[in-house]
Design a protein around this ligand. Structure first.
Ligand SMILES: Cc1ncc(COP(=O)(O)O)c(C=O)c1O
Length: 385
């Protein structure tokens, strides 16, 4: 058994990131400034995005994506219950009503047929979540949105870099929100990016910093002005140059980090499939996952222990795990407000109850991966039904 604890997802930080942050500290420019602007430009260029705005979280990017497209009170926004709280929280913040629909069993992404069935006269937008980095069925979702004149917002917290039919997620004109939280494929400790149509990004630039006009961040420079206007009561969603310094260094090694993730996934597939106790993650034809997560789903009746006990057995073997996700409709706020019961979304409920995510990050050595496979195999041997 492994001697030291293997954490679920520590950041992959090298000297480049450290030097970048120190350089910003020495430069005297620590908040939004030239590095943030460079990070936005480089990120947009990498994706081929029409425009990009760096913000302090994916949650902020999602919120801006809704409000800068006029989503507000009286509107319904369709989304998935198998996501992090932020995806649905921002719909509430916009004053709109979240309408949850079930997911597809293989990818655990929102089911386009369920989206279609949920559209009403009040539906104004859909937020799809590329779960674990696997792209949603975008052709189908876009067709439904075009037919009903709906905004399609993409929660790409896990999906950097992911491709759908050859196109990078974030390269189109939909609002797309990325997360650079500490555990994500590209991290700035905390942070996010909104990509999409230039007109929307123009509005988001104002909304994300107090409602100030475009170049307000420059007011401390020689070329900037102390005078500014407030066009709306905006938010405090800006990214700092310290974060952007991390982001620039991480972006430079994104492809390398993805290649390592893919190699680990191949090892996991090879080691875990023969155990015949789990449904393993899939990659659909025409899709390239960003492989943010490796979800294992315990097959019904395969093992004589619950998912929660399985997590404890892994912990006892020094393997860290997580659960993505506790389904949204089972949380007290949403139960209270919308009267949800677990089986309202039977697939999301079932997957949420049997999923465990095991360590997947570029810092894992082959020995670490073998330790995880060995620990899982040991549990299967001990608890096979
Ligand atoms: C699917 C999903 N959406 C949104 C978020 C929110 O990201 P952030 O912490 O950058 O606001 C997360 C974070 O874990 C997430 O997993």
């Amino acid at each position: 058994m492994r001697e030291n604890f293997l954490p679920f997802s520590p950041p992959y930080i090298g000297e480049e990131e450290i030097e970048g942050v120190v350089d910003s500290l020495r430069s005297g420019w620590i908040t939004t400034g030239p590095k943030t602007k460079r990070f936005e430009a480089d990120f947009a260029a990498y994706l081929g995005a029409p425009a990009a705005l760096a913000v302090n979280s994916c949650t902020a990017a999602l919120h801006l994506g809704l409000i800068c497209n006029g989503i507000g009170p009286g509107d319904e926004v369709i989304t998935t219950p198998l996501t992090f709280a932020a995806t649905v929280g921002v719909i509430e913040h916009a004053g709109a009503t979240p309408v949850l629909v079930d997911i597809e069993p293989d990818t655990m992404n929102i089911d386009p047929a369920a989206v279609r069935a949920a559209v009403t006269d009040r539906t104004k937008a859909v937020i799809c979540v590329h779960y674990g980095g696997h792209p949603c069925e975008m052709d189908d979702l876009q067709a439904i949105c075009d037919e009903h004149d709906l905004l399609l917002v993409e929660d790409a917290a896990h999906a950097i870099p992911a491709r759908y039919r050859g196109r990078l997620i974030g390269s189109g004109s939909n609002p797309v929100a990325f997360s650079f939280y500490a555990t994500k494929n590209l991290t700035t400790a905390e942070g996010g990016m909104l990509t999409g149509a230039p007109e929307m990004i123009d509005e988001a630039i104002v909304a994300h910093l107090h409602g100030m006009n475009r170049d307000a961040w420059k007011r401390g420079t020689k070329s900037g002005s102390w005078r500014y206007d407030i066009a709306m009561p905006g938010f405090k969603y800006n990214m700092t140059d310290l974060q952007a310094a991390l982001g620039l260094a991480q972006l430079a090694k994104l492809e390398h980090m993805l290649a390592r993730r893919r190699a680990i996934v191949a090892r996991y597939d090879q080691g875990l499939a023969p155990l015949d106790a789990f449904d393993l993650p899939v990659e659909r034809e025409g899709c390239e996952s960003a492989w943010h997560l490796y979800p294992l789903r315990l097959r019904d009746g395969a093992l004589k222990l619950t998912r929660d006990e399985f997590i404890e057995e892994l912990r006892a073997r020094n393997i860290g795990t997580s659960v993505h996700f506790i389904a949204i409709h089972t949380f007290s706020y949403y139960r209270r407000k919308y009267g949800f019961v677990p089986n309202d979304f039977p697939i999301a409920h079932r997957e949420s109850e049997r999923v465990v995510t095991i360590p997947l990050h570029p810092g894992l050595s082959n020995e670490d991966v073998n330790d995880v496979i060995e620990a899982v195999a040991d549990i299967v041997k001990k608890f096979r039904a």
